[in-house]
Design a protein around this ligand. Structure first.
Ligand SMILES: [Zn+2]
Length: 436
């Protein structure tokens, strides 16, 4: 992204964000203050910064200022499935939701298993602008689980991580090899942890709800078994693995044991797993059909506890747009996935309001930790850093409607729900990208 940095240095916008509650986990900072943006960078951060002539002042009293939010799990659907989403609509949704950077998953058409696709995505991202885009490339060629994708070339083209997300890597030997090669090329490995033998044909969580609906269930063990394998392989290779979209209490227990043993494992969950339960699909609502499935109340509580304890270090959206073509069909035929970029902030704020996490932990989960795990810039408000900022009004009340959402598709079970809290200003490289 060298070109972008040049562009940033030419950015002459100067503005002062005044009187915000500043939340910066990288400095352990939670205090009221001012922040000055100049030349695309954070020029100063202090309790009070005098206003110089020619500086635009943005009054932010009552708002929270965080390092730009980083969503490490997004499906932008480009190339190949532009009827679901493209970079234009996806990045608009990202900045409207407060995200200054997204990592995009490789299950596109074709999948991102070649440097050509990686470069295509980055070229499109430069054209579109708005948010930063970090491509995640495939672990295996074609996501077929047989041979590794060319990690070195993918890294050189700009991929920051590898994953076969959407599908698990069933072959443990191949996953071991992936960790070994990822170490050589300094790539983050993201595991879609699912035992395909256990999950095959499943539609919803296995339990009373799957029984009542009369559809095949996906047991919690499909996740637990796979998480256990990834922890074992990370220990064997001595290289970290990141577990995507953790949904079960069983997986949380394995993460706990991994941490007690000092093993290099990190994990993310998505807002729907700490907000909803399997009950959301009781009326065959395909908008709540997602993989891994929404789980039981015990699982939901365990996820919240894990966020509170730091066993799960990241909140990512797993933003997965689908059109009515894939969603307004019979339940078993409906695609898995829901959008999430524009509801992540208010749903995470619910955790703060309910005393599960502190505001500073919220900034860590949505910004500092994902940036660190991906090995990308961001996650800090230290002077001198690129000015990637998210200003949140924690009390702004709004209703999720199709008109409010910027994603090309509106497949979210939160439609019609009242939300509290919203990103009111998003700044990328010193440029105000939201509101437009
Ligand atoms: Zn996944």
């Amino acid at each position: 992204m060298g070109k972008t940095m040049e562009e940033e240095s030419l950015n002459t916008e100067r503005f002062l964000i005044r009187g915000a509650r500043i939340l910066d986990p990288s400095q352990g900072l939670d205090q009221e203050g001012d922040l000055l943006v100049e030349g695309g960078r954070i020029a100063a951060l202090d309790r009070e910064i005098p206003v110089e002539e020619g500086v635009q002042v943005i009054e932010a009293r009552g708002c929270w200022l965080l390092p730009g939010l980083v969503d490490m799990h997004v499906h932008l659907r480009e190339p190949g499935e532009e009827w679901k989403e493209d970079l234009e609509s996806g990045l608009r949704a990202a900045v409207a939701g407060g995200f200054t950077a997204v990592a995009c998953m490789p299950n596109t058409r074709p999948p991102n298993d070649s440097p050509e696709v990686t470069r295509y995505i980055l070229d499109r991202a430069r054209e579109v602008g708005r948010a930063r885009v970090y491509p995640v490339a495939c672990i295996s060629r074609g996501q077929e689980g047989r041979e590794l994708a060319p990690f070195g070339e993918l890294r050189e083209a700009g991929a920051v991580a590898v994953s076969d997300d959407g599908r698990p890597v069933a072959d443990s030997g191949l996953m071991r090899l992936a960790l070994e090669y990822a170490r050589s090329f300094d790539l983050t490995v993201i595991s879609h942890a699912e035992d395909p033998g256990l999950s095959a044909g499943g539609q919803v969580n296995e339990g009373p709800v799957s029984a009542r609906l009369g559809v095949k269930g996906i047991p919690a063990e499909a996740e637990a078994v796979a998480v256990f394998r990834e922890v074992a392989l990370a220990a064997l290779v001595g290289y970290p693995v990141h577990i995507a979209h953790v949904s079960t209490a069983a997986a949380v227990e394995i993460l706990r044991r991994a941490r007690e043993s000092g093993l290099p494992v990190t994990a993310e969950t998505a807002p729907h797993y700490f907000t909803l339960t399997e009950e959301a699909v009781l009326d065959y609502n395909t908008l709540a059909k997602v993989n891994p499935p929404l789980r039981s109340e015990d699982d939901r509580l365990a996820i919240r506890e894990a966020l509170s304890e730091g066993l799960i270090q990241v909140i990512a959206t797993d933003h997965a747009p689908h059109s009515p073509l894939e969603k307004e069909v019979e339940f078993p035929a409906a695609a898995f996935g829901m959008i999430g970029l524009e509801t992540a902030v208010p749903l995470t704020l619910n955790l703060v309001r309910e005393g599960v996490i502190t505001p500073l932990r919220m900034a860590e989960l949505l910004s500092t930790n994902p940036a660190r795990i991906l090995g990308v810039p961001g996650g800090t408000l230290k002077p001198g850093s690129p000015a990637d900022l998210t200003l949140i009004d924690p009390d702004r009340v709004w209703v999720v409607t199709e008109e409010e959402l910027h994603s090309k598709n509106k497949n979210t079970p939160f439609l019609g729900r009242e939300m509290r809290g919203r990103a009111v200003l998003t700044v990328v490289g010193g440029r105000i990208v939201w509101p437009e």
